[in-house]
Design a protein around this ligand. Sequence first.
Ligand code: ACO
Length: 333
Amino acid sequence: MPILDAIYMKARAAGKRIVLAEGDEERTVQAAASIVEESYANIILIGNPELVREKAAAVGADISGCEIVDPETSDKTGVYADLLYELRKAKGVSPEQAQKLARDPLYFATLMIKNGDADGMVTGAVHSTGDVLRPALQIIKTKPGISVVSSCFLMELPPDNVYQPGGVLVMGDCAVIPDPSADELAAIAIASAETGKALAGIDPKVAMLSFSTKGSAKHERVTKVQQAVAKAKELAPDLKLDGELQADAALVEAVGKLKSPGSDVAGQANVLIFPDLGVGNIGYKLVQRLAGAEAYGPIIQGLAKPVNDLSRGCSVGDIVAMTAITAVLAAQQ
Ligand code: ACO
């Protein structure tokens, strides 16, 4: 079954409340109408109700089944400002700053989740990844036992793909940590394997990618990946994980056997961990555009509650899919 179909089924069963912070954005209201019609989640739109309804009417979206909350008039804004002040006073946030920030739709939506008034959030059709993630990092923070927030993409290959027809590859980190340390790389690997298992039902085989395979090149960037492999094996001894591997050694059976004989990952990897964000972001976009893969993400991993980012070029369908993914992740918290 295509991964999205399985995700939609799980989302419907989860019945979660997902907040869309850019409630007065045209693609967002269209997505909201379709999410509610399909019962993938209960939707809360943030924005001025008149403006939100105006935008919905302009694009013919029926949002009568969505809740609309305006931070300017909500009776919760004061509660959220107090909550924000308590959480951030040690970082120098004053009560006045907290009052102002709580009126910002992205902070308001994040505080809604923190306060238990919503189960997850999807945003980023207008705002940048940094704008979406910063409130989540400051307010929701990481899951217990998790030190770092990162991301991955689920890449669904087309049915005629020569490598793996219709297969799913998980790629991380493609959106969050610009230059991960060895420890952060290990955390990205473990989290991406878990996301792949939870959302796509894969049996993860994790390749820690590099321009070197098992010491074929010597460089500090290769050493970092080798250290990450050691750390990940220490933290998750049962996870099938190997590296450092070049992409061909990770993916192509004959090359994997030649370059890393005896490996239970080389030649059959389905989770690819990139050594930094430059490679990761460029890499997933190349697979999406050149191989015609569907790219679902970035799926943010490691937060105590799910907050997911959209690309500013996203379609209505992307928002629907990301909302369903967020609902499934919320059900698994
Ligand atoms: N994991 C956990 N906590 C983090 C992380 C992380 N990865 N990054 C920052 N934090 C914490 C900080 O410790 C800090 O906590 P504190 O304020 O309680 O002490 C808080 O979050 C804010 O940290 P800042 O340093 O102010 O945040 P920063 O400005 O570095 O922003 C961000 C973090 C937004 C994730 C940044 O690293 C970033 O911009 N990454 C790149 C995003 C991007 O542009 N991606 C490419 C586009 S996406 C795409 O194409 C799909």
